[in-house]
Design a protein around this ligand. Structure first.
Ligand SMILES: Cc1ncc(COP(=O)(O)O)c(C=O)c1O
Length: 341
């Protein structure tokens, strides 16, 4: 199987799995799991924050952060294509009772003037704007990287108006490897930042949310309330530590493969547009004369190649540590049969 559907499809390598055999474990809920504590310290250090909390998923990182930063009836600001708006089943309204103000960005990013316009003036009638969220990299915009100055500027605008700031860093390390700018720098003006161990980093479970000690203490209460507190979570945290130690620098290989694949796909006769590829995600639209995205995914699945349909004629392909140049060749050969004749 050549699985280009998502970087969430990676399977833990044998070396990663071996770490489980020897890791020390304890009751995580009581802060007694040494391996989880080590992972949280490592992540907090990486992200330049006082503390971090280990959670089962990135979705839970986003939703707990929103819960901690807001009160019911308030409003948060997110980009229109963000994961928080599109893939978290209305979590912000269901779990935190907040409204969402969606900004139409460019490549998943927006600028300070858009934030200024979106922040509601204090009034008896309007919801209070209380949180600005950004996504680094922007998944549905083809893994686009927020430029540092732009990230800093929107955070400054939000803070000046009294809002908190949150970064969905599911693929923050892809941005770091792409630009050489550290995760600390990217997250410097964000009150909460998280990274996912299950995407390009290749771990099977887990994400860690970082912020001030006070923020993390409050996040712990929500984690407990929502049933996210664990027991011997070191079994999983050990694999996440392995991911941090071994799988960050190699993200450059995923970016290189994505670049090559996007060039080949751009040359196909029936491809209308390929979004600029900056990291490991290729999003492209096919022409009316081509099979639909659903037809294409089905046809390729028959050849054991998985890609994603994200709209009538929009396809997403993601590179990661379980695909390589050889799988790329198989993918291109098969795609060409449908898109290049
Ligand atoms: C940008 C972004 N944020 C959040 C998530 C949620 O992460 P998880 O699948 O770990 O819940 C994803 C997952 O694909 C994502 O792409």
């Amino acid at each position: 199987m050549h699985d280009f559907f998502s970087d969430t499809k990676t399977k833990p390598s044998m070396e990663m799995r071996k770490t489980v055999l020897t890791c020390s474990v304890g009751d995580e809920q009581k802060s007694e799991d040494p391996t989880t504590i080590e992972l949280c310290e490592k992540t907090a250090e990486l992200l330049g924050k006082e503390a971090a909390i280990f959670l089962p998923s990135g979705t839970m990182c986003n939703e707990i952060a929103i819960k901690v930063h807001t009160q019911p009836g308030e409003e948060i600001i997110c980009e229109y294509n963000s994961h928080i708006i599109n893939f978290e089943t209305g979590g912000p309204s269901a779990l935190s009772g907040v409204m969402i103000r969606a900004l139409h960005g460019s490549s998943g990013t927006f600028d300070s003037s858009q934030v200024t316009d979106a922040i509601r003036p204090l009034s008896r009638y309007a919801p209070i704007s209380s949180l600005l969220c950004v996504e680094q990299t922007a998944n549905m915009s083809g893994g686009a990287v927020w430029p540092l100055e732009k990230l800093d500027a929107v955070a400054a605008t939000a803070h000046q108006a009294g809002l908190k700031t949150h970064m969905d860093g599911a693929r923050l390390m892809n941005a770091v490897i792409k630009t050489g700018i550290s995760a600390k720098q990217y997250g410097a003006h964000y009150d909460s930042v998280w990274i996912d161990f299950t995407k390009g980093l290749g771990a099977p479970i887990g994400a860690a949310l970082a912020g001030s000690q006070d923020f993390i203490d409050r996040a712990w209460r929500i984690k407990q309330q929502w049933g996210g507190a664990m027991r011997q979570s070191g079994i999983v945290a050990a694999m996440c530590i392995y991911a941090l130690d071994n799988n960050i620098a190699r993200l450059a290989e995923d970016h290189h493969l994505a670049e090559i694949l996007s060039q080949r796909i751009s040359a196909f006769k029936k491809v209308k547009k390929v979004l600029p590829v900056e990291t490991n995600i290729i999003i492209f639209d096919v022409m009316e004369t081509a099979p639909t995205a659903q037809e294409l995914t089905k046809a390729l699945a028959k050849k054991e190649i998985l890609i994603g349909a994200f709209g009538e004629r929009r396809i997403r392909i993601v590179t990661h540590l379980d695909v390589n140049a050889q799988s790329g060749e198989v993918l291109i050969t098969e795609l060409a049969k449908h898109l290049d004749r």
